[in-house]
Design a protein around this ligand. Structure first.
Ligand code: GLU
Length: 500
């Protein structure tokens, strides 16, 4: 049997990182099992679904590198006729019934509440709670009333006895007594628009889905869906529900409460490397067992992924609302830094290019006459960077003269010793005279100058770092001299004397 899975987002907003994780797990499972990965846009809520949301979901999946859907994208709203036909077939087969309760008198919500109440009383009294007067109307009468134009809803006839059962690939054996499930509405009264559980099941059958992998918040719907599969005489797929992703205080993560941190595009916009974020998402609720690995290439993830490795306990997304350095999960930031530091340089360079472009720092020569310099400089500075934004932020001094000085660095490295006011222009002269321009010669020039002036080389090294880059930390200083270049280095040393 070929594995067929689908990601089925509702395009009613942004792509939540939990949904992105669901998409990724489906993708990984399909690729690990040589199966098909399909996308179904569940756009049946016409009021809330927007094209813009669909576009942003598609963009998010493309950014994550998992948009190689194996078949045409399915738009659920286009299948409404099939959903309706399936429900009406169940009516003809006596597995569902028309409910002619006038709409004005009892809205769906009222009916639901009433039935739930009746179920509660009945459960306590041990009586059959399915007292809907239309449940047992003979089919001929039901057809006649429908033909005469009387409005109706369609409900599934849930047997009062017994229970639904399925084995979830993550959460194990699941069971629910029928007495706890109402005769669920399949088609709404009036326009006969299909309801969510019906649409999902009919589409999953139509698309030949073998494994339904989705968030744990759908676990309770699954019992109802199993009843619909059974009524339709279809094979029930394997279900695998994924643990929730919670905020640090264990609340459900939502954009309303937690803001941009839950939206996938935030990570793209804030300088994440797609592969790094994908790697991070893969570990939200899954681990590769024995191996206990964290940094995994896509091939490794595919090789190691299995539903057995999915956790039952909810994942916690650790971030702080108040500390900007901790704006998202520390592990995500750490992982991004690892990717930036270790990924093949030729894969990183185009990302740095777009970052510099959007900051107005890109120059064509970085891919022409200065390509070698550009590669070397990125290699040098990437070691300490956390996001791609750092290339235009902390790293700005490598690409422009108008960078900012970190006030703490100025206080620590420039203002600390007033002698620097004279020393820095002197050092600038020595730097200008270095010949040939090599790391060793620059280092020698600086150390000789320190010795002549009777100061520690460290004083000049730290001051130079802040003078040349505005920062107090960074790569080896002689490499920085080289990257910034002789003329700019001398100019910046002189300018920094003014800050002392
Ligand atoms: N459209 C549903 C959601 O976005 C998913 C339904 C499913 O995966 O079965 O939560």
């Amino acid at each position: 049997m070929t594995v067929r899975v689908r990601f089925a987002p509702s395009p009613t907003g942004y792509l939540h990182i939990g949904s992105a994780r669901t998409a990724l797990f489906n993708w990984l499972y399909a690729r690990a099992r040589g199966g098909k990965f399909l996308l179904r846009v569940e756009d049946t809520d016409l009021q809330r679904s927007t094209e813009e949301s669909t576009r942003s979901i598609l963009e998010g999946l493309a950014w994550l590198g998992i948009s190689d859907y194996d078949e045409e994208i399915v738009f659920q709203s286009r299948n409404a006729d099939e959903h309706r036909a399936a429900a009406l077939r169940l009516v003809r087969e006596g597995k569902a019934y028309r409910d002619f309760t006038p709409k004005g008198e009892r809205s769906d919500a009222n009916v639901k509440q009433e039935i739930a109440e009746r179920a509660r009383t009945a459960a306590s009294e041990g009586a059959d709670h399915r007292a809907n007067p239309y449940r047992d109307v003979p089919l001929e009468e039901s057809e006649r009333r429908a033909e005469a134009g009387e409005p109706f809803a369609v409900r599934l006839k849930v047997s009062p006895e017994g229970q639904t059962r399925f084995v979830d690939a993550v959460y194990g054996e699941q069971e629910r007594a029928h007495s706890e499930i109402e005769d669920l509405v399949l088609l709404r009264s009036g326009d006969l628009s299909p309801l969510y559980n019906l649409s999902v099941v009919v589409d999953d059958i139509g698309m030949g889905i073998t494994h339904v992998i989705r968030g744990q918040d759908h676990l309770t719907n699954t019992h109802k869906q199993v009843l619909i599969y059974e009524a339709l005489g279809a094979t029930v797929p394997t279900f695998a529900h994924l643990p929730l992703i919670l905020a640090p205080n264990k609340a459900k993560l939502s954009k309303r409460k937690h803001g941009e941190v839950v939206s996938l595009t935030t990570y793209r916009d804030r300088g994440f490397v797609p592969a790094a974020f994908r790697n991070y998402l893969a570990l939200l609720g899954w681990s590769p067992g024995e191996e206990n690995k964290e940094l995994m290439s896509l091939e490794e993830l595919v090789g190691l992924f299995s539903l057995e490795g999915v956790h039952r306990s909810n994942a916690v997304f650790n971030f702080s609302d108040t500390d900007p350095r901790h704006w998202t999960d520390q592990k995500a930031l750490w992982m991004n830094a690892e990717y930036i530091r270790t990924m093949p340089l030729e894969e990183l360079l185009p990302m740095v290019r777009s970052e510099l472009e959007s900051a107005g720092l890109w120059r064509a020569e970085y891919e022409g006459a200065r390509a070698e310099w550009f590669g070397r400089t990125v290699e040098l500075i990437r070691q300490r960077f956390i996001t791609l934004k750092d290339f235009s932020g902390q790293g700005r001094a490598y690409f422009a003269d108008d960078f900012e000085y970190d006030p703490a660095a100025v206080a620590k490295n420039l203002k600390k010793d007033s002698a620097l006011r004279e020393l820095l222009p002197g050092l600038a002269e020595r730097i200008e005279a270095v010949a040939p321009w090599t790391l060793e010669n620059t280092e020698k020039a600086l150390r000789d100058f320190a010795e002549e002036k009777g100061v520690k080389a460290g004083l000049l090294i730290n001051a130079s770092r802040t003078a040349l880059t505005g920062q107090s930390v960074g790569p080896s200083m002689f490499e920085v001299f080289d990257a910034v270049g002789r003329a700019a280095a001398a100019r910046r040393l002189r300018a920094a004397a003014e800050l002392v």
